[in-house]
Write a protein that binds this ligand. Structure first.
Ligand code: SAM
Length: 235
C-alpha cells in the first residue's frame, strides 16, 4: 500500500519510522510519503488560511494550495481521507475497508478545517476519530494509519493476533495474562493454566461476552449470538 500524507506539520509523522510500521516500510509492504502543504503556496508568507465566509471565529484552510497538492497526488485509484470531528466514526470495519485500498491520501486539516469545496471536489471521505475536538488531523491520521497498516498482510508478525482481537468479531477481547501465575496475590485464572483448549476457548468467549455487555452494550447484536452465547449472558 502507498500512503501520502499532507499536513502543515510534517514533523508530526516521525513515529511512522518506528516499531512495526517502520519495519513494514523497510520491508516494502508499505510506502509512506509525508508532504508539507506549504510547498503548494505561492506567496512570501506561504499562506494556507483565511477568514471564514459568513463570519465567525478562527480561520479556514484556503482551497488553492489543497487543490494543487491533491491534483498532484490523487488519481482514480486513490482513497482520499479527510479527518474531521464531523465525519463518520472510525471503526475496525472502516479500517478493514481502507486496508483494501492500494493508495490512500490523507489531508490533515488545521484551524476551523478545510474549505468544504476541496473535500467535495476530490470526493474525500470524512472520518472522525471520536466525539471530541483535536487541534488538527495529524493525530487522527496516525491512529488511522496504524489501525489500517496492521491489517495489511505481512505487517503483523503473527496474523492470528488479528483473529481474536477486540472489535474483530464485534466483541471486546477477554482479559489477557502472562507469567508469573501469581503476582501481588492476584492469581491468573486457573482455567488458563489447565491446558484444556476447549474450556479455555469457552472461558474466553464468556469473558468477552460479559465484558462487552458491561462496558459496551451498544456493540452487542443478539442476532449474531449463538443460543450458548445468549445463555452465557443471562447466567
Ligand atoms: N471547526 C471544526 C468542527 O467543529 O467540526 C473543528 C476543527 S479542528 C479544531 C481542526 C482539525 O482537526 C479538523 O479539520 C480535523 O482535521 C482535525 N480534527 C479535530 N478533531 C477531530 C476528530 N475528532 N477526528 C478527526 N479529526 C479531527
Amino acid at each position: 500500500m502507498k500512503i501520502d500524507i499532507l499536513s502543515i506539520f510534517p514533523e508530526y509523522f516521525s513515529p511512522l519510522d518506528l516499531s512495526l510500521i517502520g519495519r513494514a516500510r523497510s520491508a516494502g509492504l508499505l510506502r509512506v510519503d509525508v508532504h508539507d502543504l506549504r510547498r503548494w503556496t505561492h506567496d512570501v508568507h506561504r499562506t494556507v488560511d483565511d477568514t471564514p465566509y459568513g463570519g465567525g471565529p478562527g480561520m479556514v484552510m484556503r482551497p488553492e494550495p489543497w487543490g494543487e497538492a491533491l491534483d498532484s497526488l490523487v488519481s482514480d485509484d486513490s482513497v482520499l481521507v479527510v479527518p474531521s470531528p464531523a465525519g463518520e466514526p472510525f471503526t475496525q470495519a472502516v479500517a478493514g475497508e481502507l486496508a483494501r485500498a492500494s493508495h490512500m491520501v490523507f489531508a490533515c486539516g488545521r484551524y476551523e478545517g478545510i474549505d468544504q469545496r476541496v473535500i467535495d471536489h476530490f470526493s474525500g471521505r470524512e472520518i472522525s476519530l471520536g466525539d471530541y475536538v483535536l487541534f488538527g488531523g495529524e493525530v487522527a491520521v496516525l491512529a488511522i494509519v496504524e489501525a489500517v497498516a496492521r491489517l495489511i498482510p505481512g505487517v503483523l508478525g503473527n496474523a492470528d493476533s488479528l483473529v481474536e482481537e477486540s472489535h474483530t468479531d464485534g466483541l471486546l477481547e477477554a482479559p489477557v495474562y502472562t507469567k508469573p501465575a501469581s503476582w501481588r496475590a492476584h492469581e491468573v485464572p486457573e482455567i488458563l493454566r489447565s491446558g484444556d483448549h476447549g474450556r479455555i476457548a469457552r472461558w474466553r468467549r464468556d469473558r468477552s461476552l460479559e465484558r462487552t455487555a458491561r462496558r459496551r452494550p451498544d456493540l452487542l447484536d443478539p442476532d449474531a449470538l449463538s443460543p450458548r452465547d445468549l445463555a452465557a449472558l443471562t447466567e
